[in-house]
Design a protein around this ligand. Structure first.
Ligand code: COA
Length: 273
């Protein structure tokens, strides 16, 4: 894949993505979901294209970290595309959920930091997408919610699980069952987002935080992601995972560089090796 520093620039095998804009800025890949007329709802194409971009995030060494945001000033993502639900039965519904869950696991388990810049409505699948990212920064007009019960469905892309993980069972239960929306200040108070900033400074804030992270040893950062995710994986013992990842760091050239640079009182130069 080739990334150019232009507004609409994602080129894969010479095919332009139709629902995403991408920009690679000093190692930070900014992915903008671009269906503003539908409030950036996640249709099949968006999910497919996000999947393709994420594959590239895993393997492309020029990408150090990722921002996911929505186009326009009104909405991050207003949910899964409701127009694609009609006519689906029980098995199709289950398959749809599994597909979304798999994509969001791919985001959650990415070996590079992925931050959601929530620039407006983060509803249903939009809230679930934001929650699958490693952390979230919101603009002061952001609104979060899981309104699926209004439609006779429930969250299917991990929302029932990650909302409980992030804000606790009581608050999550209320939001899941009531379809109530919370504003950015409440999301901050609940711990759903790390910062609330103005819409104009949203990307700058994320870039500042990621620039700091990108200056650290990338494989050690990846180890932090793996170990922190293990807390919520019932198939794993998180402490064992931590010891495993800690051990792996000792096999890296970056560990030698980091410790040597400290002792030599100079800035480390890491190479993801
Ligand atoms: N799926 C498909 N289309 C959606 C959508 C979704 N999840 N959310 C919004 N849209 C579309 C609307 O149908 C509308 O399209 P149209 O102009 O062709 O009619 C357009 O986006 C603008 O939305 P609109 O409802 O007119 O904006 P609003 O400011 O009045 O309301 C919301 C904003 C977010 C409150 C409202 O769009 C909404 O409730 N969306 C659905 C949220 C939801 O239930 N998400 C979970 C889905 S599982």
């Amino acid at each position: 894949m080739i990334y150019l520093n232009l507004p609409t620039n994602f080129i894969k095998n010479t095919t332009m993505l139709s629902t995403l804009l991408t920009e690679l800025k000093e190692g930070i890949l900014i992915i903008t979901i671009n269906r503003p007329d539908k409030l950036n709802a996640l249709n099949k194409t968006v999910l497919q294209e996000l999947n393709e971009v994420l594959d590239d995030v895993y393997i492309n060494n020029s990408i150090q970290s990722v921002i996911i945001t929505g186009s326009g000033t009104k909405s991050f993502v207003a949910g899964a595309d409701i127009s694609e639900f009609l006519g689906a039965g029980i098995e199709a519904g289950k398959a749809l959920a599994k597909k979304g869950q798999d994509l969001f696991f791919k985001i959650e388990n990415a070996p590079k930091p992925v931050v959601a810049c929530v620039n407006g409505f983060a509803l249903g699948g939009g809230c679930e997408l934001a929650m699958s990212c490693h952390f979230r920064i919101a603009s002061d007009n952001a609104k979060f919610g899981q309104p699926e019960v209004n439609l006779g469905i429930m969250p299917g892309y991990g929302g029932t699980q990650r909302l409980v993980q992030l804000i606790g069972k009581g608050r999550a239960m209320e939001l899941l069952m009531s379809a109530a929306m919370i504003d950015a200040t409440t999301a901050l108070q609940y711990g759903l987002v790390n910062y609330v900033v103005t819409p104009e400074t949203l990307l700058d804030k994320a870039i500042a935080v990621l620039t700091l992270i990108n200056s650290k040893a990338p494989l050690a950062v990846a180890g932090c992601i793996t170990a922190a995710n293990a807390v919520f994986n019932q198939d794993k013992n998180g402490f064992d995972t931590e010891a495993e990842e800690f051990g792996k760091c000792f096999g890296t050239a970056d560990m030698k560089e980091g410790t040597t640079a400290f002792l030599e009182k100079r800035k480390a130069v890491f190479q993801r090796k």
